[in-house]
Design a protein around this ligand. Structure first.
Ligand SMILES: Cc1ncc(COP(=O)(O)O)c(C=O)c1O
Length: 285
């Protein structure tokens, strides 16, 4: 990531960072991926039209971008389907942004957690003047912290800071505590430790569900498992005390999809994880 210190803006999680960028860019049509968080789409949609880019095995189909002023992407690990954005699409979206004066928001929500592949370089490095890189402590530490950061291109810095003066940001004490945590290397140790824990959880889940049924497993804290019927699978899991959602809950556009569940494996406490996996397996068998 190309990140001069005076262009890093700390915010209350990614959600606030996205809202600040949207306010800074202003009106016009925005785009996002056809699968993602409804809450992020809602932020984009405040007073705007939002188009949904088809998602396939190479990530978002960025060739569908046309006159949009900004696009929200998860290039490292498509949320929730799991594919990284293919190299040729990274180049294409950087070109689109340069030629059209578009803004790309790169949501790197789980960049710390890569298991079977080398960490990918940030898309932002291809076009630092057009891409807002966004990170968060929500996956690496805890979502309740409400700490995130955006690296803002020069032309957006003033409007982003102006938008921030109109809202409440994260508390200075939390920011100082995180800075101290990072400077002392404790953050790094925590991430390394959790990477092992999550990798073990991922392996246990893949073994239990079957390798040929799961997708998006080489990074992050969620995977997707194919099921014959989403509603039935969600209900069966719920009846056994396991909260999961169908892929349809993450569908933001009209793209059809095969029935599947999105299974997050970061949440259960360590002592409950093995039981949760066994119950999910029973629910899906
Ligand atoms: C796709 C995606 N982006 C970003 C985030 C982080 O959002 P926030 O920093 O607002 O908690 C999450 C969840 O943690 C996520 O799933």
């Amino acid at each position: 990531v190309h990140a001069p210190a005076d262009r890093i803006v700390v915010c209350s999680g990614f959600a606030q960072g996205l809202a600040l960028v949207c306010a800074a860019v202003g009106a016009g049509r925005f785009a996002t991926e056809a699968f993602g968080h409804a809450s992020h789409r809602a932020i984009l949609a405040e007073g705007r039209e939002v188009s949904a880019l088809t998602v396939d095995d190479e990530g978002a189909c960025v060739d569908e971008l046309a006159r949009e002023r900004a696009v929200l992407l998860t290039p490292a690990h498509q949320f929730p389907l799991g594919a990284p954005l293919a190299a040729h699409r990274r180049v294409a979206v950087a070109e689109w942004a340069r030629e059209r004066g578009g803004v790309v928001v790169e949501d790197d929500y789980d960049g710390e957690f890569r298991y079977d592949r080398q960490p990918l370089g940030a898309l932002q490095a291809l076009a630092p003047e057009r891409v807002v890189y966004a990170g968060t402590a929500s996956k690496s530490l805890a979502p309740a912290l409400r700490l995130g950061w955006i690296v803002v291109p020069e032309h957006l810095l003033e409007p982003v800071l102006a938008a921030r003066t109109r809202t409440d940001g994260p508390g200075a004490i939390d920011q100082l505590a995180l800075a101290d945590f990072i400077a002392s290397s404790a953050y790094d140790r925590q991430v390394r430790r959790m990477r092992l824990v999550y990798r073990r959880r991922r392996d246990a889940l893949v073994r239990a569900l079957g390798r040929d049924r799961v997708r998006g497993i080489d990074a992050g804290l969620q995977l997707v498992v194919d099921v014959p019927d989403e509603g039935e699978a969600v209900a069966n899991a719920g009846a056994r005390g396991v909260a999961v959602e169908g892929l349809a809950a993450y569908r933001l556009g009209a793209q059809a999809h095969a029935p599947a569940l999105v299974v997050g494996y970061g949440t259960p406490p360590e002592h409950a994880f093995t039981t949760a996996v066994a119950r999910l397996r029973a629910a899906l068998s």
